[in-house]
Write a protein that binds this ligand. Structure first.
Ligand code: GTP
Length: 312
């Protein structure tokens, strides 16, 4: 995450400058309610983690030239840094009811004074609840868009991304392709090996697919054993190559369950977005190609653009 915060300034360490800085700080600290009230009020205006930290740092910078600020949640899912850490640092573990929210670090090339550390500690108390709420809100939003079994985006996330990606592709006139795929005879897997084994197969296939895609490709679980991959900046030919590569890799998987190897293959359909086409029509073309792949015996990747029953 990056911010537009000003970079650390070089501190003028003349005595006069220090004295005036501390006078300024002390003047404000004599009226702590004013600072706290303003900070608390501002921190309550948003549930966005980055905005909360930006507001906090803006207010803090009035009192301390804090240098570089970093924040990292326990699980490292959220990282925030204004610059590269410097030599002198002070760390605070932000805790609430014995639960660690994350670690805040201030660093700069010059040691922090006791007064400055006091200011950090005083003002950080205003940050804890708003930051905790923002992190929880963000986690709730993410959970609402994530498939809990496989960890990839769910149908809701897919719908949001379909709109976003088609708009971007239309605006920038860039190619956009989609791959839809479905596990072959997955009912048999569940029937023969059980649902737990079926779940393991789904997870293994998703891992394999994600590992076979570029970081910019977006994978979603669109239904029970149906998946969608959005390939930005990808023409028809590129989508075919990627689909074929994924199909081969999945077919080569050796998923072991209680001593058995569960065979798994997928059938796939690809389609490239045409300008002016509705999302429904575009996805329907990919679905039709997938349907043909199933009808032609499964473990195939067909392209909507390649005509009827034309294997890749
Ligand atoms: N284990 C497990 N099974 C699931 C999950 N979601 C869907 N399924 C199963 O997926 C199977 C899909 O079966 P069908 O729609 O008949 O398709 P299929 O057996 O894959 O056959 P084809 O698609 O025609 O190759 C059903 O048995 C569902 O219960 C899941 O999250 N876990």
């Amino acid at each position: 995450m990056s911010t537009n915060l000003p970079k650390a300034e070089t501190i003028d360490f003349t005595k006069a400058r220090l004295a005036s800085t501390f006078n300024e700080i002390n003047k404000h600290l004599e009226e702590p309610e004013d600072i706290y009230t303003r900070l608390c009020r501002r921190l309550q205006t948003t549930l966005d983690v980055e905005s909360i930290l930006t507001i906090f740092l803006q207010e803090l910078s009035v009192f301390v030239n804090f240098g570089v600020f970093t924040f990292k949640t326990e699980d490292a899912q959220i990282r925030y840094a204004t610059d590269k850490p410097q030599t002198h640092s002070c760390n605070y573990t932000v805790q609430l009811n014995d639960n660690s929210i994350g670690v805040i670090e201030f660093s700069r090339s010059i040691r922090y004074s006791e007064e400055e550390l006091n200011i950090f500690e005083n003002l950080l108390t205003t940050l804890i609840f708003p930051l905790r709420n923002a992190i929880l809100y963000r986690q709730a939003l993410e959970a609402a868009l994530t498939d809990s079994l496989t960890g990839i985006g769910n149908k809701r996330a897919l719908d949001a991304n379909l709109h976003r990606e088609t708009e971007l592709a239309s605006r920038h006139k860039t190619p956009l392709s989609v791959i839809v795929f479905d596990l072959d005879r997955f009912k048999q897997v569940n029937d023969q090996f059980g649902h737990v084994a079926g779940d393991q197969v789904l997870k293994s296939v998703v891992r394999c697919v994600v590992d076979s895609c570029r970081a910019s490709d977006l994978c979603f679980r669109s239904g029970g054993e149906e998946f969608t991959i959005l390939l930005s900046e990808t023409h028809t030919a590129g989508a075919r190559i990627i689909a074929e590569r994924i199909r081969e890799r999945v077919a080569a998987l050796e998923i072991e369950y209680q001593g058995d190897i569960i065979p798994v293959t997928i059938s796939m359909g690809t389609a490239t977005y045409s300008k002016g086409e509705t999302i429904t029509d575009w996805i329907s073309r990919a679905d039709a190609a997938l349907y043909r792949a199933k009808n032609d015996g499964r473990n195939r990747a067909y392209s909507a653009e390649s005509g009827r029953r034309a294997p890749l």
